[in-house]
Design a protein around this ligand. Structure first.
Ligand SMILES: [Zn+2]
Ligand SMILES: [Zn+2]
Length: 384
């Protein structure tokens, strides 16, 4: 059976916010919870519940959602690739989908996501993801850039060796959760597992916290990270640096660092996918007589042969002078839009010449003005 679209399952739009997705899932989970149905009905409800749960798990994870948006089910199907594995078998599915942008840059693919539980019952949490906004120029987006960023990192506290307890004392098992890190709350039909509010999931209480780290067991520092911005990257894209987010809890894996790309507005060019557009001012006489026009390209120059009688708004396409996108085989094109300029600040002599020219034009009717001619004809038709 074909898999249903995750957005359809949750009944939300493709551009739904995280909050919308969460609300839709909660509503469905409540409606289809197996505890609320009996007999055959219960079986169907369970299927629906599972379906909603899967859809929610995919769409609430920014990485998985991005992969799903771009590649559909193939992008997130765990059967199609080894998630969390970076070995040679880790191709296909998610790993492949993001291999070129995430993998190359930091030399390590994969990266585990989601929490898991240890055999001891203590909740293991993956660290939070961090996000870093980076502004680059259009040239850097087009040609790539090697740069460094300063990001927070956490080191094990030397004083307490990571235990969080003052030297000479030791952490005690939390009495609220008996060391499990979680407590169960009953709310109507549901039994909800929650992080223990007393020990915040660690399962331990530190009676005398270490002074150096205030009981955290780790100290926040700064580190420098080499970042390779790949050529062709575009506004809004994210680069993942696996494992450079916040550290996990109870030995859980660290989160990831996401570098979000913002591209500064360019003085000359506007980007549209792989294509570039620019406006080129051309003098009245050059447009009329024709000539060679030098135009800028990204990082270089090119020439356009302007034919005699070039009109305002005429577009010249320079093949391959656009940007080669991350996943493109060929670069896009550069479109130069001619903007004919009316001369200003005329001298007496120039004014006289233009008047003479004007008289000469009038003598031969409107044959020198192709647009005006067809416009006059259309106006005439209107009043027929
Ligand atoms: Zn300490
Ligand atoms: Zn506890």
């Amino acid at each position: 059976m074909a898999k249903r679209d995750f957005y359809d399952i949750l009944g939300v739009a493709k551009n739904a916010t995280d909050d919308d997705i969460k609300k839709a899932y909660r509503r469905l989970a409540g409606k289809h919870h197996p505890d609320r149905h009996q007999g055959d009905d219960a079986k169907q409800a369970e299927e629906k519940f599972k379906e909603a749960k899967e859809a929610y798990e995919m769409l609430s994870d920014p990485q998985k959602r991005a992969a799903y948006d771009q590649y559909g089910h193939a992008g997130v199907d765990p059967n199609m690739g080894a998630r969390g594995g970076a070995g040679p078998e880790g191709f296909g599915g998610f790993a492949e989908a993001f291999g070129d942008i995430f993998g190359d840059i930091f030399g390590g693919g994969g990266g585990a996501t989601g929490g898991r539980r240890t055999g001891g019952g203590q909740q293991v949490y993956r660290g939070s993801d961090l996000s870093y906004a980076m502004e680059i120029t259009l040239e850097e987006a087009a040609f790539g850039k090697d740069t460094q960023i300063r990001v927070p990192t956490w080191e094990t506290c030397d004083t307490c060796k990571g235990s969080g307890a003052k030297p000479g004392t030791s952490p005690k098992t939390c009495t609220t959760c008996n060391g499990a890190g979680t407590v169960h709350l009953r709310q109507g039909f549901f039994s909800i597992q929650q992080t223990c509010p007393h020990c915040h999931g660690s399962g331990k209480i530190i009676p005398e916290p270490c002074i150096t780290c205030s009981g955290a067991g780790k100290i926040k520092k700064q580190k420098t990270l080499e970042v390779k911005i790949p050529a062709g990257i575009n506004e809004g894209m994210r680069i993942r640096s696996a494992g450079n987010g916040e550290p996990g809890t109870n030995g859980g894996p660290p989160g990831d660092l996401y570098i979000e790309i913002r591209v500064k507005q360019h003085e000359i060019f506007e980007r549209d996918g792989d294509d570039l557009h620019c406006s080129v001012p051309v003098g009245l006489t050059t447009a009329a007589l024709g000539g060679t026009l030098e135009v800028p390209t990204l990082g270089s120059k090119a020439e356009i042969d302007l034919p005699e009688g070039t009109q305002h708004g005429k577009t010249f396409r320079l093949r391959g002078k656009g940007i080669k996108g991350l996943r493109s085989s060929y670069p896009g094109d550069l479109y130069c839009h001619v903007a004919v300029e009316t001369p200003v600040k005329l001298t007496e002599h120039q004014r006289k010449l233009l008047k003479e020219l004007d008289e000469s034009f009038r003598k031969s009717g409107d044959r020198h003005s192709p647009n005006a001619k067809s416009w006059t004809d259309r106006v005439k038709d209107l009043f027929k």
